[in-house]
Design a protein around this ligand. Structure first.
Ligand SMILES: *Cc1c(COP(=O)(O)O)cnc(C)c1O
Length: 427
């Protein structure tokens, strides 16, 4: 599929039926797989043969859908996870252990910030958060001898900052570590981070990829471009023998393109089991089949909403990276010239209470913690996803108390604007 255009990959990638086989991907609703001899199964446990034995680690339906996303991103290997949170946790924990350090953008999704700043810190992994807009000097100064990765979001949720992927990749590579980018908001339809030097991509497939609010899920894609063996001393987990698999060295046995995902499956899925159910993978695939059709409509609606809000007297600011004049407009021209995402953020001259009044009067747009859905949904982060943050942390994350995140669906833009208009009249 790799020679086909994005639209064709969305529709047909990951699965090509043989003669007389089902046209739609089969849901392999089985926890386990049968073998003829114990020797056959033993080879799987030694990673000497590839195959399925237990759905806590791997399932064929999941792998077909992962292969589609891998193809869309232009990667070498991929795996599905039970959620975006699991994807980001695995992507970091696969290479950073207790005593290690990671550099991350400060404007990342609140759930990821909590995972890094609170939970992974308890596991002994230290994070330094830097502004995505920092200078190269500031970025380079954040690295330590024990730094193992750099992390950012293509378009941050909900701050809508745009990552200068090349700048972050340059700094990561100068320090011998990979750049991991969460590409949830842009999706590979609008941005392919590997083309700009990113090494590993993660997704919350719960968002645009599923697109219909049907299933929580995640994905990790490895570009296969990072040379682990060239930085052996930093990545002992990939470059020295794994005793739990009879002394296999992942980077040697599975090569540059297979090591990361194989280790992540064989160790982290085996031990944590945060796997996506095959049913959800099937639903995710249905969503992926129309992603290339939905994304342009999300972007078109968001641009119309952003333009409307921009000139409204009760609105204090509008943030939409695809809007001319936005702080990140130039970066989006470079990294995502065909569109950004459907999410617009804005604030009120009347502050926090005006935001709360506005939210109360919306009819079509629903208040949800969800985002990036076919149906328009909206959220006031300071009272929901980001309420654990103090004012200083909120500011660093690019969120003000009056900020509303408005996720434009694929309805008619005129209806969305009419809904906003009548709610603003109540403010
Ligand atoms: C939602 C989201 C996540 C977390 O994903 P879940 O599927 O909710 O676990 C991670 N990153 C970004 C950018 C998100 O929007």
């Amino acid at each position: 599929m790799s020679d086909y255009k994005m639209s064709t990959k969305c529709v047909q990638g990951g699965y090509t039926p043989g003669n007389g086989e089902p046209r739609q991907i089969p849901i392999i609703q089985s926890t386990t797989f049968k073998y003829t001899t114990s020797e056959d199964m033993g080879k799987l446990f030694d990673l000497e043969a590839s195959g399925y034995f237990y759905t806590r680690l791997q399932n064929p339906t999941n792998d077909m859908v992962a292969a589609k996303i891998c193809d869309m991103e232009g990667g070498a290997a991929a795996m599905l996870t039970s959620s975006g949170q699991a994807a980001n946790f695995y992507a970091i924990f696969n290479i950073a252990n207790c005593g290690d350090h990671v550099v991350a953008s400060s404007t990342i999704y609140g759930g990821t910030y909590n995972l890094f700043h609170v939970t992974m810190r308890k596991m002994g992994i230290d994070f330094t958060f830097v502004s995505p807009d920092c200078s190269e000097e500031e970025l380079n100064a954040a690295f330590k001898p024990n730094t193992k990765a750099v992390f950012g979001e293509t378009i941050a949720n909900p701050a809508l900052t745009v990552l200068d992927i090349e700048k972050f990749a340059r700094a990561a590579h100068a320090h011998g570590v990979p750049l991991i980018v969460d590409n949830t908001f842009a999706t590979p339809v609008n941005c392919r981070p590997f083309e700009w030097g990113c090494d590993i991509v993660t997704h919350s497939t719960t968002k645009y990829m599923d697109g219909h609010g049907a299933g929580v899920g995640g994905c990790i894609v490895d570009s296969g471009n990072f040379d682990w063996m060239a930085h052996k001393e930093k990545f002992p987990g990939l470059c020295t023998p794994d005793d739990s698999y009879h002394g296999i060295t992942y980077a040697e046995k599975f090569g540059q393109g297979g090591a990361f995902i194989t280790k992540c499956t064989a160790q982290l899925m085996r031990d944590f089991g945060s796997i996506q159910s095959p049913q959800n993978a099937f639903l995710l695939n249905l969503g992926l089949e129309s992603l290339h059709v939905r994304m342009p409509r999300h972007c078109e609606n968001a641009l119309a909403v952003a333009k409307y809000l921009k000139s409204h007297p009760k609105i204090s600011f509008v943030t939409y990276p695809g809007l001319e004049g936005d702080q990140y407009y130039e970066l989006t021209r470079k990294y995502m010239p065909n569109g950004t995402c459907g999410v617009v953020s804005f604030g009120f001259k009347g502050g926090r209470s005006a935001a709360e009044t506005f939210m109360k009067h919306l009819r079509l747009a629903a208040i949800e913690t969800h985002v990036a859905d076919a149906r328009t949904c909206t959220l006031h982060p300071a009272s929901a996803t980001h309420r654990q943050m103090n004012d200083e942390e909120l500011t660093a994350a690019g969120i003000t108390p009056d900020l509303v995140r408005f996720s434009c669906g694929i309805e008619d833009a005129a209806d969305l604007i009419a809904d906003i208009e009548q709610a603003l009249a109540q403010v």
